[in-house]
Design a protein around this ligand. Structure first.
Ligand code: 9MR
Length: 360
């Protein structure tokens, strides 16, 4: 009996190490290229596979992290099992973390950072400077240019110092460009011009010299007018000695639209000496999804990870959520949804297995 149990455990351990050999891993693709998910996905954690390939795999979290009861337990267990990086989806944004001029509210983000540390996950801070989710005390105030500069410095110093030494990276400036490549109008740009960007990076670097500092935008994944502008801006900043360490490509895609120039774009930023993170990956599908669109989504996820694996400069791919249930997509794009790796019932989707097979 004891021997039987031991043998069973040994088999279980072997199954975990070579999931496919025990009929519990992904099945072979059929001639349409579709790999049906296994009935019992007794898989190796994605984070372990990612680590073997030299990258981190992350997830952005907000409401799901605070689910109560068994949903919360499952959510946090899945998060810690599969992912080695965590991004607070909203809790570090200006309006959330700095609700009044002299009041900072660190509690919600602190709980995420503590969870990440307890589970061997790195944290990406998101985000110090953005045109959205600014507290109304800031946007409704009347400020001189000098006061605006002080407000920017104070915010960055206080938030970055609070997490000093605990965060691997900060999204310092988020979404500075319009889609045509021009600078985007917003609270900081309208008052300080492009200089707000340099000021923000310098302030963050003083507050935490260890954290890697990123410029972030969407629609800069492929080579286009907007990513050309990002490339030109970071080149200018680097030439002036501004501490920019990385470029984060958000990666919010409609299914079937991952740009074929993604790897080439990553390569040109890497050639500047920058780190690259795919920081907000999701692939939205027009509902109802079909076998074909879910398979296309799987191919899209696979292609993004494959592009990241082309250079050691690409360090991480972070999915912008854990399950389809919490995603920002359905409320923002009516008729679209199901953009994540897991269903709302925590079941792995074809996209999960596509990444799994690629990383393995
Ligand atoms: O996913 C975030 C959503 O919950 C918020 O309501 C929204 C507010 O604008 O921000 C979303 O996250 C955004 C991220 O911070 C920056 N890039 C685009 C993301 C999706 O809108």
């Amino acid at each position: 009996m004891i021997h039987g149990l031991r043998a069973q455990r040994l088999l279980g351990a072997l199954c975990l190490a070579i999931a496919t050999a025990c009929g519990s891993g992904p099945t072979e693709p059929d001639d349409t290229g579709f790999s049906p998910p296994p009935s019992n996905p007794d898989t190796i954690p994605l984070r372990q596979l990612a680590q073997q390939r030299g990258i981190r795999i992350g997830s952005a979290v907000d409401a799901g992290f605070r689910y109560t009861g068994s949903q919360g337990t499952l959510f946090r267990a899945k998060l810690a099992r599969e992912f080695s990086m965590l991004t607070p989806e909203n809790d570090m944004k200006h309006a959330s973390i700095h609700p009044a001029r002299d009041t900072y509210r660190f509690g919600p983000a602190d709980s995420l950072v503590t969870f990440a540390e307890a589970n061997g996950m790195q944290v990406r801070g998101h985000t110090l400077v953005w045109h959205q989710q600014l507290a109304s005390w800031l946007t409704n105030g009347t400020w001189t240019t000098a006061e605006t500069r002080t407000l920017l410095d104070d915010h960055i110093r206080t938030v970055v110092e609070h997490y000093k030494g605990r965060l691997v990276a900060w999204d310092v400036v988020n979404e500075p460009f319009n889609d045509n490549g021009g600078m985007r109008s917003g609270f900081w740009f309208d008052r300080l011009g492009e200089a707000y960007i340099e000021q923000a990076f310098r302030a963050a670097n003083v507050a935490d010299p260890q954290a890697k500092l990123f410029l972030v935008d969407y629609n800069i994944e492929g080579i286009n007018a907007k990513s050309d502008s990002a490339y030109a801006l970071v080149s200018r900043l680097l030439a002036r000695g501004v501490p920019v360490h990385g470029i984060a490509l958000q990666g919010h895609f409609q299914v079937g639209t991952v740009p074929p120039t993604l790897a080439a774009n990553i390569a040109r930023f890497a050639a500047l000496g920058l780190r690259i993170h795919i920081a907000e990956l999701d692939v939205r599908i027009q509902l109802p999804s079909t076998t074909a669109t879910l398979q296309q989504q799987a191919n899209d996820y696979r292609d993004v990870f494959a592009a990241c694996l082309t250079t050691t400069a690409c360090e991480a791919v972070v999915a912008w959520g854990l399950t389809d249930r919490e995603s920002w997509v359905p409320s923002t794009f009516p008729g679209w949804g199901e953009p994540m790796l897991f269903t709302g019932s925590f079941d792995p989707k074809p996209a999960f297995f596509a990444i799994y097979q690629l990383l393995k």
